[in-house]
Ligand binder design. Structure first.
Ligand SMILES: *[C@@H]1O[C@H](CO)[C@@H](O)[C@H](O)[C@H]1NC(C)=O
Ligand SMILES: *[C@@H]1O[C@H](CO)[C@@H](O)[C@H](O)[C@H]1NC(C)=O
Ligand SMILES: *[C@@H]1O[C@H](CO)[C@@H](O)[C@H](O)[C@H]1NC(C)=O
Ligand SMILES: *[C@@H]1O[C@H](CO)[C@@H](O)[C@H](O)[C@H]1NC(C)=O
Ligand SMILES: *[C@@H]1O[C@H](CO)[C@@H](O)[C@H](O)[C@H]1NC(C)=O
Ligand SMILES: *[C@@H]1O[C@H](CO)[C@@H](O)[C@H](O)[C@H]1NC(C)=O
Length: 237
C-alpha cells in the first residue's frame, strides 16, 4: 500500500507544480483583421491586441502607409491605406514590462483582378491543320489562384491552373492551346475565360474575352486551291 500511495502523492504534487504557472495567463499578442483578402490599392483595418494589463508601448510595424484607427487599454487599431506592396508583412507588438512578448505577424493576401482578357484573332482554319489559340490576361495576382480556360460552343477545350506559382506580385499571363481544325468547328463561338478564385476568405472573380466565330475551309476546297496555284505557273510558262 505504501509505495502506491507515495506514487500517487508524487504525481499529485507534480501536477500541482505544472498547473500553477498556467493559472496566471501568459501575456500574448493577437491580431484581428477586417478581411484577410485585400485588393491592391485599397485599405484594411488591423487590430492589434494583448491580454497584458500594463502596456508600456505597442503598435504595428509596417512599411505600408497607415492611420491610427482607435485604441483602448489592451488594443491599438490601424488602417493600412492604399496598400501598394504585394507581400506586406506587418507585425503587431506590445511591450509588457518584464514579460517577453512575441510579436504577431499579420498575414493576408493581396489581389488584383485582371482588367482585360483577350483572345488573339483566330484565322480562317483549314480542316486537319493545327492552330495555336492565344489568350492574354492583363496584370493579375495572385497567379496561383488564377485559372484560364478556352471555351468552344459552351464546351471547355482546355483549362490551365497555376497552383505551383509562388510569386505574389501581379503579372500578365499568356496561355496557349493547340487545336486541330475540324469541319464541325465552322460557326462555333470560341472564347477565353479567366477566373481568380479567392474563396473561401474572398470572392470568385470571373472575366471572359469576346466571342469569336470560327471559320473553316475543308480539305477539298484547300487542296483544290493548292492544285490551281500549283498548275497555274505551268500554264503561264
Ligand atoms: C480591437 O480589439 C479589441 C479586443 O478584441 C476590441 O475590444 C476592440 O473593440 C477592437 N477595436 C476595433 C476598432 O476593432
Ligand atoms: C496610392 O499609391 C500609389 C503608388 O504608391 C500612388 O501612385 C497613388 O497616388 C496613391 N493613391 C492615393 C489615393 O494615395
Ligand atoms: C501566411 O499565409 C500563407 C498563405 O495564406 C500561409 O502559407 C502561411 O503559412 C501563413 N503564415 C503565417 C505565419 O501564418
Ligand atoms: C497537331 O497536334 C496534335 C496534338 O495536338 C499532334 O499530335 C499532331 O502531330 C499535330 N499535327 C501537325 C501537322 O502538326
Ligand atoms: C458566346 O458564345 C457562347 C456559346 O455559344 C454563348 O453561350 C455566350 O452567351 C456568348 N457570349 C457572348 C458575350 O456573346
Ligand atoms: C489561393 O490558392 C492557394 C493555393 O492553391 C490556396 O491555398 C488558397 O486557399 C487560395 N485562396 C486564397 C485566398 O489565397
Amino acid at each position: 500500500m505504501w509505495p502506491w500511495q507515495l506514487c500517487v502523492g508524487f504525481l499529485w504534487s507534480t501536477v500541482t507544480l505544472l498547473a500553477l504557472p498556467e493559472a496566471q495567463e501568459k501575456p500574448f499578442v493577437s491580431t484581428w483583421m477586417e478581411k484577410t483578402v485585400v485588393e491592391f490599392g485599397s485599405s484594411v483595418v488591423v487590430n492589434c491586441s494583448t491580454n497584458c494589463k500594463d502596456i508600456r508601448d505597442g503598435g504595428l510595424e509596417t512599411h505600408l502607409k497607415r492611420e491610427a484607427a482607435g485604441e483602448g487599454p489592451t488594443w491599438r487599431a490601424f488602417r493600412l491605406v492604399n496598400i501598394s506592396r504585394w507581400e506586406p508583412t506587418p507585425w503587431c507588438y506590445f511591450d509588457c514590462g518584464d514579460f517577453e512578448m512575441k510579436p504577431h505577424r499579420v498575414n493576408f493576401t493581396i489581389y488584383r483582378v485582371p482588367e482585360l482578357v483577350e483572345l488573339d484573332p483566330v484565322p480562317v482554319m483549314e480542316v486537319g491543320k493545327n492552330y495555336t489559340l492565344t489568350c492574354r490576361v492583363s496584370s493579375v495576382a495572385p497567379i496561383r489562384n488564377l485559372s484560364v480556360a478556352f471555351l468552344q460552343g459552351g464546351k471547355r477545350l482546355h483549362l490551365q491552373t497555376f497552383e505551383k506559382h509562388a510569386a505574389r506580385e501581379a503579372s500578365d499571363v499568356v496561355v496557349t492551346h493547340i487545336v486541330t481544325a475540324q469541319q464541325a468547328d465552322r460557326g462555333e463561338e470560341i472564347s477565353c475565360h479567366a477566373a481568380l478564385d479567392l474563396r473561401p476568405e474572398g470572392q470568385l472573380f470571373g472575366q471572359a474575352s469576346l466571342n469569336q466565330s470560327l471559320e473553316t475551309v475543308d480539305e477539298f476546297t484547300s487542296s483544290s486551291l493548292q492544285g490551281k496555284s500549283a498548275t497555274r505557273p505551268k500554264s503561264i510558262s
